[in-house]
Design a protein around this ligand. Structure first.
Ligand SMILES: [Zn+2]
Length: 222
């Protein structure tokens, strides 16, 4: 189960080549990179990047927890990789519409795409690269909720954090509060460990350690 208690450790471990090789075998030949972050308290996420699977876990996880979660996340990614690509063009178009309608066209993402179901996140944004990823889990939710999540990530391209300036950007969207409530409800009813309302959706600058972020800037192929 996901961590319920915040980590108190302050170390960030770097995965060695040897452990990565071991995980590669476990992931059916796909390279897996595990990154531990002291800033990451109770969320686990995974995505494909540059031909490998990256799994982000809290630094305080034991090796057993790490093994369990890496297996879970890799399985989810590998299950969810089939049809999603067909939706990426539509997603990019929708992002452009939302940016135009609610952000005066100021948010111009470098890339918007669907990824496999993320265990603890609905979406993520990497402001430094302009990259937005939406979890396949959102596909089952109403369009206006998907729009809110996409708009939320787009707004991070203008304001990276979650301060008043950020929320002011989202006020133009009439269903912001309803969507936030909806997401909370879905998370709670499913017993998911999603962080509240996309509070852990930023992949750099605000959360995470800078070395980890630099590694994430690798152009994705997949
Ligand atoms: Zn956010």
């Amino acid at each position: 189960m996901p961590a319920a208690n915040p980590a108190k450790t302050a170390t960030t471990a770097v995965t060695t080549a040897a452990t990565t090789a071991a995980r590669t075998a476990a992931a059916g030949g796909e390279p897996v990179e595990v990154r531990r972050s002291a800033k990451r308290r109770r969320t686990v996420s995974a995505y494909r990047d540059g031909g490998r699977i990256v799994v982000l876990i809290p630094a305080r996880f034991t090796r057993a927890e790490e093994a369990e979660w890496v297996a879970t996340m890799v399985a989810r990614l590998q299950r969810g990789g089939g049809a999603r690509r067909s939706g990426d063009a539509a997603l990019a178009r929708r992002a452009a519409e939302l940016s135009r309608d609610y952000l005066d066209g100021r948010a111009r993402p470098a890339g918007v795409r669907w990824v496999g179901v993320m265990r603890t996140q609905w979406a993520s944004c990497t402001p430094s690269t302009g990259t937005i990823r939406l979890s396949a889990a959102l596909r089952e939710l109403p369009g206006w909720v998907q729009d809110y999540v996409l708009l939320h990530e787009l707004a991070h391209l203008i304001v990276p954090g979650h301060g008043p300036r950020f929320w002011a950007l989202l006020q133009a969207y009439p269903r912001t509060e309803r969507a936030r409530g909806y997401l909370d409800g879905v998370s709670a009813s499913a017993g998911l460990s999603f962080s509240d309302d996309l509070q852990d959706d930023l992949q750099d600058d605000v959360h995470g350690d800078p070395h980890e972020d630099r590694a994430e800037l690798t152009p994705t192929s997949g």
